[in-house]
Design a protein around this ligand. Structure first.
Ligand code: B12
Length: 226
């Protein structure tokens, strides 16, 4: 890339996503990290910005469903490529399960959330989409996480979130629950505050602060678990 500013990276990334050129996308992501060694910036300023634009182009029929699917698949592939670089050596022996609400098919944001926990020393269990609530409950019983994070992208899945929260409160009254996802831009803060003792976080910068706050109360295991 000739020009090293953020817009240029996201423009180039988007351009190559739309061309379906995974190799270039991967190179752009790595070059970005060489210049700006912040995975959170890469996720927020390049990947998220590009996928939101993909959504806009798709909604306005400027690109096909196939192009949108490929763009998402390429981005998910690159998230997986970067995983080695993101896990922190400093571990806190804390576990988080990250999943999507039932019927939700959007999982990229949730994956970024899981990665952010890994960056700050937590062990994350990313379940993605398509897990029925009863299976989630069984998995929580098995893993016994310190925190459960759930993603909601589509507003029409909000009732599924409410049902899940009711079940979770019944089964695990002490479990710390975190919610996020772009559906909350259509849900008023008053309604969110009525969901009970849960924390809503909008993006990875705020999530980082939240995890750092939690970590400030824990002892680290500097030898690492991985
Ligand atoms: C890719 C995509 C899909 C893919 C998803 C594949 C996959 N593997 O994830 C598929 C094809 C399945 C899909 C389906 C649909 N989609 Co879609 N999709 C998208 C697209 C283009 C990108 C999504 C994405 O990855 N964004 C990037 C991520 C990083 O952003 P994010 O999810 O907001 O996550 C960030 C934050 O919200 C936050 N966050 C997210 N979760 C959590 C959780 C916690 C705990 C925390 C702390 C933070 C957090 O962290 C992330 C980083 O900041 C978006 C466009 C857009 N604006 O996002 C449309 C979009 C979300 N889809 C949309 C629609 C309408 C649909 C469908 C209803 C289409 C249809 N008619 O079938 C279906 C719904 C299916 C369902 N039941 O869920 C609309 C939603 C409109 C709305 N107002 O609700 C959008 C906005 C497109 C548009 N402009 O119209 N989609």
């Amino acid at each position: 890339m000739k020009n090293d500013n953020f817009d240029n990276y996201s423009e180039k990334f988007l351009e190559n996503l739309l061309l379906g050129n995974r190799q270039n996308c991967s190179t752009i992501a790595k070059q970005y990290l060489n210049n700006t060694p912040s995975v959170i910036d890469l996720y927020e300023d390049v990947f998220k910005v590009s996928l939101y634009e993909v959504g806009r182009l798709w909604e306005t029929n400027k690109i096909s469903v196939a192009t949108e699917h490929l763009a998402t698949a390429i981005t998910e592939g690159i998230l997986n490529e970067l995983f080695d670089q993101i896990i922190s050596k400093k571990r806190y022996n804390k576990k988080v399960i990250v999943a999507c609400v039932e019927n939700e098919q959007h999982q990229v944001g949730a994956k970024m959330v899981a990665d952010t926990f890994e960056m700050y020393g937590w062990e994350s269990f990313f379940l993605g989409t398509g897990i029925p609530s009863n299976e989630l409950i069984r998995y929580i019983q098995e893993i016994k996480p310190d925190l459960f994070a759930i993603s909601l992208s589509i507003y029409f899945n909000f009732t599924n979130l409410i049902r899940l929260l009711e079940k979770l409160r019944h089964e695990f009254p002490e479990l710390q629950i975190l919610i996020g996802g772009q559906a909350f831009s259509h849900i008023s803060p008053e309604i969110v505050s009525k969901l009970g003792d849960i924390t809503h976080i909008g993006d990875l910068y705020l999530l980082k602060k939240y995890i750092q706050f939690l970590n400030s109360n824990f002892n680290t295991n500097d030898h690492g678990t991985k």
